[in-house]
Design a protein around this ligand. Structure first.
Ligand code: TRP
Length: 460
């Protein structure tokens, strides 16, 4: 077997071996999931995988509460790549999500040496200003700072109890030399992702985190941590159906009827099992086989698609018994747009990207100089055709600037056929980019008064 792939969220390399990532980390493809009113990122396969997005799609179709969570690292300028996440957040917002945005000022301070004060300034002027300009509605948006939201820090600290250095080594490839800021930051980020479910931040509901694959280690960690806090597990039965089991931990032993001497207190245990049975009958199950002594309840007629509803009821029960009742977050994954040079796009390398505050002249220059999928000579290009898959100008039309699918596929076909030249493709892209960028800057002026409305009370 190949070496295991390890994704380093702080590293400068970026794996684009997406098939391998999907299979090694168990991401789900979209083949079995219909996205209603798909955005251009969905339609073009740029958003290519997910975890448990079906839970969120159910909330959308039933008009139930759910949230979307993202975070920003206030360290440099906002660029085109960052705008992709905003587009996704906006899509979820338009489909009913409340929006939670963490300013990762603690992480930026610890891993990039940016002071909290500077982090705040960057967050507001570079990021939130562009969120407003890109069309996020400040209604039902909470932008907060990790440094001033104590519940996030508290939760991160508590979740630390559910993991250890071996797990961090396995997920992040840490070694003895690893700076502990890289241990703290993921725990705070887990706090970010799970805290919207706390009662004071909206309560139990699905939360979806749209990310690039570089952030998946944090998602895996967080999902694992949430799962480990759960008092009740739901697993497939030995032959069919689903089985609910108790997860007895230091924190819940008493409530789950485990006595100091390890024996089971029948009264308490039966009481809990009766409440589980009530909840399951309310969901419509009549065949319920309860085994309080073993700590299991079988639902022989339940099928996989019942799992989410069952889990939700059990989390409610857990909360009513005093537990945290945390749901594992859902996530979606997008491909990264290539950098202007044909390599990785990076905010620390201005030549690889377009910053949202770049002036039109430099945007045009950057695109005209970008890496091309054209042939070396005109004659060859006409004969062999260009390659839009590696052509930055075409790629940026697809990722950022062009909404019209049929025009895009026309460009694709004509480029491949050698009818559109590399320079022409760049010109087409530069024109559209100019339009997009000047529209954005106009919107920034028009929405600048909204910036403070995006801030949560504890961020003002
Ligand atoms: N670590 C993320 C980054 O580097 C920022 C972040 C902090 C984040 N908290 C989050 C992203 C919660 C998603 C959800 O960009």
């Amino acid at each position: 077997m190949d070496d295991e792939l390890i994704i380093d969220p702080w590293g400068s390399s970026q794996s684009t071996d997406y098939d391998r990532i999907i299979s090694q980390f168990g991401l789900q493809s979209f083949s079995n999931l219909d996205v209603i009113e798909p955005s251009k990122l969905h339609r073009r396969g740029i958003i290519f995988a997910h975890r448990d997005l079906d839970v969120v799609m159910d909330s959308i179709s039933m008009g139930k509460n759910f949230g979307v969570m993202t975070g920003l690292m206030p360290s440099g300028q906002m660029h085109l790549g960052h705008s992709m996440v905003v587009e996704q957040v906006k899509w979820f917002q338009e489909h009913g999500a409340d929006v939670n945005i963490a300013v990762a000022d603690l992480e930026s301070q610890a891993t990039r040496g940016i002071s909290l004060e500077k982090g705040r300034e960057i967050a507001l002027t570079e990021y939130v200003a562009n969120y407003a300009a890109l069309g996020l509605d400040p209604e039902k948006v909470d932008v907060y700072f990790q440094s001033s939201r104590h519940e996030v820090q508290r939760l991160g600290f508590q979740l630390g109890k559910k993991t250890n250095l071996s797990e961090f080594e396995a997920i992040y490839g840490f070694s003895g030399q690893t700076n502990l800021a890289h241990v703290q930051a993921p725990l705070v980020q887990a706090g970010d992702i799970l805290h919207p479910q706390l009662d004071e931040f909206g309560g139990l509901r699905p939360i979806v985190v749209p990310v690039g694959v570089d952030q998946d280690p944090h998602i895996r960690l967080t999902r694992g941590l949430a799962g480990k806090t759960n008092w009740f597990n739901v697993k497939p039965g030995p032959k069919s159906g689903l089985v609910i089991s108790l997860s007895v931990q230091d924190e819940n032993a008493q409530q789950l009827g485990v006595l100091q001497n390890g024996r089971v207190d029948k009264g308490t245990r039966n009481n809990i099992f009766n409440r589980i049975k009530e909840k399951m009958s309310a969901l419509g199950f009549s065949d319920i086989i309860s085994n309080p002594k073993h700590g299991t309840i079988s639902l022989p007629s339940a099928v996989t698609s019942d799992k989410n509803r069952i889990k939700m009821k059990l989390l409610e029960l857990e909360r009513s018994l005093g537990g945290p009742g945390l749901m594992s977050p859902s996530s979606t994954y997008h491909h990264f747009a290539v950098g202007l040079t044909g390599n990785k796009m990076s905010s620390s390398k201005p030549k690889t990207t377009i910053f949202l505050s770049d002036d039109l002249e430099s945007v045009k220059k950057k695109i005209m100089k970008s890496f091309s999928g054209g042939q070396p000579t005109l004659e060859e290009h006409r004969r062999l055709g260009g390659n839009p898959d590696i052509d930055v100008a075409y790629q940026y039309m697809m990722y950022f600037f062009e909404n019209d699918d049929s025009y895009l596929s026309e460009l694709n076909a004509e480029y491949r056929a050698g009818k559109i030249l590399a320079g022409e493709m760049k010109q087409i892209c530069a024109d559209r980019a100019e339009e997009w960028m000047s529209n954005l800057s106009e919107m920034r002026d028009q929405t600048s008064h909204l910036v403070t409305e995006f801030l949560a009370n504890d961020a003002r």
